[in-house]
Design a protein around this ligand. Sequence first.
Ligand code: MGD
Ligand code: MGD
Ligand code: SF4
Ligand code: MO
Length: 695
Amino acid sequence: MTNKIHWTKTHCARMDHGGCALLVGVRDNKIVDIKGDPDGFLNRGYVCPKGLASPDRLTHPSRLRHPLKRIGDRGEGKWERISWEEALGTISENLLKIKEEHGARSVAFCQGMPKGLEHFVLIRLANIFGSPNVVAVQDVCHAPREITGMHTCGFYPVADFHHKSKLVMLWGSNITATNEEGEICKLLTDQVRQGTELIVIDPRKRELAKKSKFFLQINPGTDNALALAFLNVVIEEQLYDKDFVQNRTHGFDELAAHVRDYAPEKMTEITRVPANLIREAARRYAESHPAAIQWGNAIEQNINIFDSARALVCLMAICGNLDIPGGNIHANEPDILSLGKFVRADLIPSKPKEMIHASHDTIPRLMTVPPAFFKEAVQKEFPYPVKGAYIQYSNPLVGYADSQGTFDALMKLDFSAVADIFMTPTASLADIVLPAATHFEFNDIGHYGLGHGYILARPKVVDPPEDCWPDMKILNELGKQLTSGEYWHDDYENFLDALLKPSGLSYDQFAEQGYLKGADQFQKYLKSGFKTPTGKVELRLSRAEKFSLPPLPEFTGPPEADDPDYPLVLTSAKDRYYLHSSYRWVEKLRKRSPRPVTEIHPDTAAAYSIREGDEVQIETRSGSITQFAHLSDTVLPGIVYAAYGWWFPEGRAENQYEWEKSNFNILTSAEKLGREFGTPNLKGLRCRIQQINDK
Ligand SMILES: Nc1nc2c(c(=O)[nH]1)N[C@H]1C(S)=C(S)[C@@H](COP(=O)(O)OP(=O)(O)OC[C@H]3O[C@@H](n4cnc5c(=O)[nH]c(N)nc54)[C@H](O)[C@@H]3O)O[C@H]1N2
Ligand SMILES: Nc1nc2c(c(=O)[nH]1)N[C@H]1C(S)=C(S)[C@@H](COP(=O)(O)OP(=O)(O)OC[C@H]3O[C@@H](n4cnc5c(=O)[nH]c(N)nc54)[C@H](O)[C@@H]3O)O[C@H]1N2
Ligand code: SF4
Ligand SMILES: [Mo]
């Protein structure tokens, strides 16, 4: 007789930032069914193909199940199974040796996209260990938007889909495929069904573009030029919120004089968007109230991000859309432990001066090391040597710009340990590989510190394999060996309780409730002004000179100049069926997206004698890769849309699972960086393409 299915409520995670409430059916410690929870706060029953496939991560036969120690040369793919005791002992011995010889800052703590609470436990470990160097992907992911927001209006303005907007402008955000941090597309698509208008700004015409009032098919990498043209129209045509501008902004006259130079007719050639379309879209945004800008990752993946984000915050502000329901809001956090306290920021007051990027003149408040500067510290020992790394849920060999440089840096480290759930190209270069327990296998809290004003419960539903530990447990145990025991717990679950304590809830009560949200509060500036030096939205930055920043948003040229040898423009979007480089080994997902596909317009294909399905070589000044052509008129002629995140788990361990073959970041460079955030160009690159048999 079979046991009955037991249903548990939890939230999806680690397939993107997470957020869909799920009903998970379990029998005999195995997930046998999964559904979207109709009561879900963000998803109202919605669930995507990644979420449905997510239990397959747990049971994959090749999942990492034991700690491993390298026995051959670095990267040779030869491993020996070891105990946790030996693994943790070896890691602490090596990291403490580096600390003794070169100082704590010579050990880097690296992590990828925030997945759960261990993100903050790792920062805590770095702080207690005494290293200011937490290396993260924030240079191309959210920090530019967040920090630019803080400097301009004192907060990170996020689109409010919990209240009705008259119009939503999707600017470089493919929300129906990516369900961007904190925003599950269901809330938006429900609004669209009820009449909310859309403006879509994207180089590719996908589903929401087809439903939009205006679709602006932008030339990749020219977002700052387009945003400035929007400002030009709104100001020249006096469509702005005059009361807000007069009472709540600083530097309006200077901005107005400055954007006169950016008329749509002038920006049309660079952006490839017809001037009348720019005008109509700008008018519509300004005249629709409330309107939200859902700004995506695409705008912050080139060196001009500071200008793009600044221009967009200025646009939100002068149109009166900041911190109003259905606009771009300053989300109010629930009553929980503050980030600074959780990570023990007090223990490392010298961090802002000591971090690697302090020597690179980046913008104040950037607290994670941009990968390009981390790699330079390893390779050139500037500003000081970095010799060791602990890497948690990240695959830098595929995710960081300039993969060749990343390979060289990972090879040069004296010691590295990687915690993952699967052997990856990055893990294959490590000295020690740790098998992590993952989502569904331990109690976790989602969305802490992401700025959306709520946290989500992710209670455990099954036991992990015996030797797989939650990252939080690994860090808690490592912390006891690397630092003083007083900062660590007998049981890592105390981290959850400590975080929830101010709310008065136990973890079980929180899990029962599902989520915890700050109370809605809008227009907080009416009481206390904006948290900027002038107390107003700084259309002109009052501290620009002090920080050597451009006081007003500018367009000084595309991220890469025209190059006759590389006549096409290269960009990418994330794959609906994967998370970055993750999960190409999950069969259900691989079936949906079996190989790396490059989209090009039929006219471009014809010009290069490329047919549907041909293997093509894509080349930039940094390197070349091969992918498979798909002809599509959803992209403009001259644009190449390559797939990102590819490696081949079925490949050979000793060549890092074909990490070079189709990996987009072979094509990118870490030389020319945006000054403020150390951001490389990932979008709007110059490339050429040819059918592979022509070589
Ligand atoms: N060219 C280009 N480069 C990009 C981007 C782009 O659009 N284009 N996007 C950038 C962005 S936005 C980001 S956020 C970064 C992402 O960079 P990363 O976060 O490094 O991305 P992934 O490749 O998804 O690597 C995550 C790893 O975590 C592992 N993992 C999954 N669950 C767990 C767990 O519970 N515990 C542990 N220890 N490991 C786990 C997965 O197996 C995987 O190997 O990439 C950036 N790089
Ligand atoms: N399926 C899936 N979901 C994910 C992820 C994933 O890897 N896969 N990653 C997660 C993470 S860490 C993040 S940060 C978010 C990111 O989610 P998004 O912000 O949606 O990121 P992208 O897919 O990189 O790009 C979004 C859109 O930008 C367009 N685009 C490309 N170049 C340009 C350009 O130069 N200008 C403009 N305006 N648009 C451009 C692309 O066509 C795409 O539609 O998604 C999260 N969700
Ligand atoms: S959209 Fe994200 S949170 Fe929702 S089911 Fe898919 S992967 Fe999970
Ligand atoms: Mo990201």
